[in-house]
Write a protein that binds this ligand. Structure first.
Ligand code: NAD
Ligand code: IPM
Ligand code: MN
Length: 372
């Protein structure tokens, strides 16, 4: 029996996680997978009522679970960054989920390219460092000193900047940081992942021609790991990678990408799969508490209208099953998604006429009719 924390969150997060939970229940009915789910009220409504984001009590309750199934956060009533940093990024950091696995797979006929080419790129997005550390601030003539405090599972960091500019202007800064241990474990995961998939190379995406310090450092660690594992390492600058994903997506397998660029490239990747409603992801702490979520946000523009495509959340549930040791059950979820696409039983974003919960029902009945 697996104990799952279920955090629907905001907007369409609630709608797609409701489908995803039904789908997991259907999988449990036809297989040896079994779970209980506890719903956690974490998100914008609670924040507006109580001022709480992710509390210490949430953290200790979540720690008791085997995995987290998460919808989305984000609310137009709240200043950008408050929920994102206070809830989602905090969970990734507190639970040290240092890999964000985001597959980008061709789902015919949804591939919006000139060529009907099959591809299966597995993005491994580093998930706790880079420009996502919240390491920023401002300084100016009246306040030349800026302090930055960072807490991660592996370390605490205190940075003090004594900054003086010649013109007395105000400045804002955001520091991107990579630690040697952080890059090493990221590279280890990437090379092991490539090995397990039978990929002959790892592609490392960066901008080492501009951000030379941070990404030059990352390259040197990956280079050493490439030799250690006997697997080739290929470099791609992120701008060229965006282009190459459109022109020759079939040439990539395991792709390691730092946090910020990984965020951007995987929205592009989601669109290569048919849209944001098709992108699942896993925030992974190998051996620790992992969290599975669609890569899309709360989509306030369509929330509450039954238009949200639940497939991304279902593919996140598939990743949860894989990671929990139930890959066959995961495959059944995937087959159910394939069935909905083939039968044109989809939401409007994929050209269909169904509502979120109707797609969910179709997926569940496909699963329940699967012979084991
Ligand atoms: P978004 O992903 O919510 O939406 C972008 C566009 O894609 C919208 O037009 C939306 O309608 C569409 N879309 C997204 N998911 C869809 C689905 N399942 N089915 C059909 N259409 C879908 O991104 P945004 O609008 O930039 O952000 C909205 C809020 O969500 C912001 O507050 C943002 O910070 C937050 N956000 C949260 C997460 C997360 O919780 N993991 C991820 C991204 C954005
Ligand atoms: C995602 C989201 C988050 C990110 C935001 C909401 C913090 O865009 O999961 O892709 O940037 O990682
Ligand atoms: Mn994103």
């Amino acid at each position: 029996m697996k104990h799952l924390a279920i955090i629907p969150g905001d907007g369409i997060g609630k709608e797609v996680i409701s489908v995803g939970t039904d789908v997991l229940e259907a999988a449990a009915q036809i297989s040896s997978f079994d779970f209980d789910g506890e719903i956690f009220d974490i998100g914008s409504d609670r924040y507006l009522e109580t001022g709480e984001l992710l509390t210490d009590e949430d953290v200790s309750e979540l720690r008791k679970k085997d995995a987290v199934y998460f919808g989305a956060i984000g609310d137009p009533r709240i200043k950008p960054g408050v929920l994102e940093q206070g809830i989602l990024l905090r969970m990734r950091a507190v639970f040290d989920q240092y890999i964000n696995l985001r597959p980008v797979t061709s789902w015919f006929p949804l591939v919006p390219l000139k060529r009907e080419v099959p591809f299966d790129i597995h993005f491994l997005r580093e998930n706790t460092e880079d420009f996502y550390m919240g390491a920023g601030g401002t300084f100016g003539a009246s306040s030349p000193e800026a302090k930055v405090k960072i807490e991660r599972e592996m370390y605490k960091l205190d940075i003090k900047l004594d900054a003086r500019s010649s013109n007395g202007d105000d400045f804002a800064f955001e520091i991107g940081l990579l630690s040697r241990k952080g890059v090493e474990r990221f590279a280890d995961y990437a090379f092991r992942y490539a090995e397990a998939r039978g990929d002959k190379k790892v592609t490392l995406v960066d901008k080492a021609n501009v951000c030379t310090h941070i990404y030059g450092f990352q390259r040197s660690v990956f280079e050493a790991k490439s030799k250690e594992y006997g697997i080739d390492l290929e470099y791609m600058f992120v701008d060229a990678m965006a282009m190459a994903m459109i022109v020759r997506p079939e040439t990539f397998g395991t792709v390691a990408v730092p946090n910020l660029f990984g965020d951007i490239l995987t929205d592009l990747g989601a669109q290569l799969q048919g849209g944001l409603g098709m992108g699942g992801s896993g925030n992974i702490n190998p051996g620790g508490l992992s969290m599975f979520e669609p890569i899309h946000g709360s989509a306030p523009d369509i929330a509450g209208q039954g238009k949200a495509n639940p497939i991304a959340a279902v593919l996140a549930a598939q990743m949860l099953l894989n990671e929990m040791g139930y890959p066959d059950e995961g495959d059944i979820l995937r087959n159910a998604v394939r069935h909905c696409l083939d039968a044109h039983m989809t939401t409007p974003d994929l050209g269909g006429k169904l509502r979120t919960e109707e797609v969910g029902k179709e997926i569940c009945s496909f699963i329940l009719n699967t012979k084991r």
